[in-house]
Design a protein around this ligand. Sequence first.
Ligand SMILES: NC(=O)c1ccc[n+]([C@@H]2O[C@H](COP(=O)([O-])OP(=O)(O)OC[C@H]3O[C@@H](n4cnc5c(N)ncnc54)[C@H](OP(=O)(O)O)[C@@H]3O)[C@@H](O)[C@H]2O)c1
Length: 235
Amino acid sequence: MTKRILITGANRGVGLALVEALAADAEQVYAGCRAPTAAAELQAIAEACGNITVLPLDVDDADALAEAAASVDVPIDLLVCNAGVLNGYGGLDSEENALEAESMAAFAAVLQTNIAGPFFTVKAFWQHLQKSPKAAVAIVSSQMGSQQHEAANAYAYRASKAGVNNIMITLSHELDAAAIAVAAYHPGWVRTAMGGPGAHLSTEQSAQWLAQRFAELDMSRSGRFINFDGEDLAL
Ligand SMILES: NC(=O)c1ccc[n+]([C@@H]2O[C@H](COP(=O)([O-])OP(=O)(O)OC[C@H]3O[C@@H](n4cnc5c(N)ncnc54)[C@H](OP(=O)(O)O)[C@@H]3O)[C@@H](O)[C@H]2O)c1
């Protein structure tokens, strides 16, 4: 057991299941979420486990990231950038966009959270990572971001995940000298608010797969885009 782990978007979905799965074999898990007082399920898990610290963390808010980083006074061995948003599956046809999924504001918000969010999270916790003897960054991306994916919709989301994969590559280059491994992961199609009830995997299944992947993340895998089952994915 090595790990001091920080996870963003930890109050529900894949993030919440990751907290539970990773806490089983961690020294301490820092579970970041936007509204800790409203995160009843996470708070209950934290109480039951004893090695989970819930902290306020909005990846769109520079001050919140700085405050979260200042509140963590130990090295971070694994930083999991999981927080993300999907603004629907809209295309060019506005008739399909009842929620104005591809309005300019919605488009920009998705890019902000899904691309800039992980980048600024890593920037906020970079010094914590440097203090670890063996640090790694896992970015929860999506196969939807692959250039090989055949979707003909979800422009903002797809672009955001392609963008964060590019951030992952650049981070892997910059952090190579510090021996900090960085990789992006597809968690599978998961039954969450985002994935919907018809998805293939439960959150627990996805988290178990991802926990295995994160355990093998070292410099030999840095810069790669990896499926939940361990297969390499096309960027
Ligand atoms: N579900 C799937 O099938 C699937 C497939 C591929 C990739 N993914 C990726 O997996 C990750 C988790 O998705 P999910 O299915 O668990 O989605 P989800 O159930 O919708 O949960 C999203 C999480 O991200 C948090 N979040 C959103 N914006 C945030 C912000 N600005 N700052 C901090 N937290 C923020 C949410 O917090 P609030 O409760 O405060 O909104 C929530 O905890 C995402 O990156 C997603 O793109 C999911």
